[in-house]
Design a protein around this ligand. Structure first.
Ligand code: MRU
Length: 345
């Protein structure tokens, strides 16, 4: 299993990450040793996926602490460089969460911050392993089936996390238990995280799957070709509303109509209890070029105006289960404004 990113001490402290924009044709590793390079990697999606962004935010603070010491930065410069990392993308709460948590140990210097960042990486892997088991248990019980066919959207595997994956982790767990039928992987326009990354991971893991265009997903669900939809999350608000890759809400609507479960899987670091509902989530708008060009070719008339939100929000009442390492909640069955609060420490 490939690690999305890791800390390396030599030849100089840096974050080593696989450049996800080059997959699946090339496996290129980046050695990120400046804040400019890290912000660029985050914004062009060389590193992406909410939990991996949490790790990138935390390791980014460690990198900033190292650079501040070796280049004698002022406290103001250090603050502003950390803020640049923290704010590089707005929707996945994990990025700010990781940067803020690592920053709590600034008083202990570079070593303390790095220890906290590495703890975040470690905990994310463990959380994903655990939530994968909880999710597989819930899905098999809810469907009453020994084997389930799954549709998933975007990429939620090891590439999107510190290890193992969230929705993908559940799919992998079902596979390991001999309880997985065919997987339908949505290609995920416009940046193709589904075809470039999920299909790459499923192929590497020997998991039988069909790649489908995003527009096929609702019909796949209504035609009875799958038993459950499983997606990841970028931010889950206190009432269970969930931001995830644009296109997710279409799956949720189709699942509600078809009467099959729609499951969200995420580590608790993706839960934002400061935000009450999905209406308050800042949805990232990305460049027009991502939509009007495809593989370098212009696919819309010059001057076409574009709407390119990177995420959408699925209302809690369309979500059958939210699976975190701290347990499973069922928003559609028992909606409440404080759905996730009881799981907080
Ligand atoms: O724009 P991306 O590729 O960072 O979007 C990623 C997603 O929407 C994922 O589904 C989400 O971050 C969960 S990853 C475990």
């Amino acid at each position: 299993m490939v690690n999305a990113l890791e800390w390396r001490h030599a030849p100089r402290p840096h974050i080593r990450m696989i450049d996800q924009t080059a997959l699946p044709t090339q496996e290129i590793y980046l050695e990120v040793d400046t804040i400019d390079a890290l912000v660029d990697a985050i914004q062009r999606l060389a590193v992406r996926g909410a939990p991996a962004l949490g790790a990138a935010g935390a390791l980014g603070v460690a990198l900033a602490m190292h650079l501040a010491r070796s280049e004698a930065w002022s406290e103001e410069r250090l603050d502003s460089e950390i803020r640049r990392v923290r704010d590089a993308r707005p929707t996945a709460v994990n990025l700010a969460w990781g940067a803020d948590r690592a920053s709590t140990r600034r008083g202990e210097g570079y070593e303390g911050v790095l220890a906290e960042a590495l703890a975040i990486v470690e905990e994310d892997g463990a959380a994903n392993r655990h939530l994968a088991k909880l999710g597989a248990d819930w899905i098999l019980a809810a469907t009453g089936k020994d084997e389930v066919r799954v549709v998933t959207h975007c990429n939620t595997g090891a590439l999107a996390t510190s290890q193992w994956g969230t929705a993908y982790g559940i799919i992998h767990e079902l596979h390991d238990r001999g309880s997985l039928g065919l997987v339908y992987a949505d290609e995920t326009r416009p940046l193709l995280q589904g075809s470039r990354l999920t299909s790459w991971e499923l192929t590497k893991d020997g998991i039988d799957h069909l790649l489908e265009v995003d527009g096929a997903a609702a019909s796949t669900i209504l035609r009875g070709l799958v038993d459950v939809a499983i997606i990841g999350a970028d931010r889950i608000t206190a009432n269970g509303d969930t931001a995830n890759k644009v296109g997710s809400v279409a799956l949720a609507l189709a699942c509600a109509r078809a009467g099959i479960p729609f499951v969200v899987a995420a580590p608790f670091s993706t839960v934002d209890l400061q935000t009450e509902t999905g209406d308050e989530i800042h949805i990232e708008l990305r460049d027009d070029d991502e939509v009007i060009r495809f593989g370098g070719t212009q696919v819309a008339p010059p001057g076409t105006r574009v709407f390119n939100p990177a995420f959408d929000v699925t209302p809690h009442d369309l979500i059958s289960a939210i699976v975190t390492e701290r347990g499973v909640v069922e928003p559609a069955a028992a909606p409440t404004a404080d759905l996730l609060r009881p799981l907080a420490p």
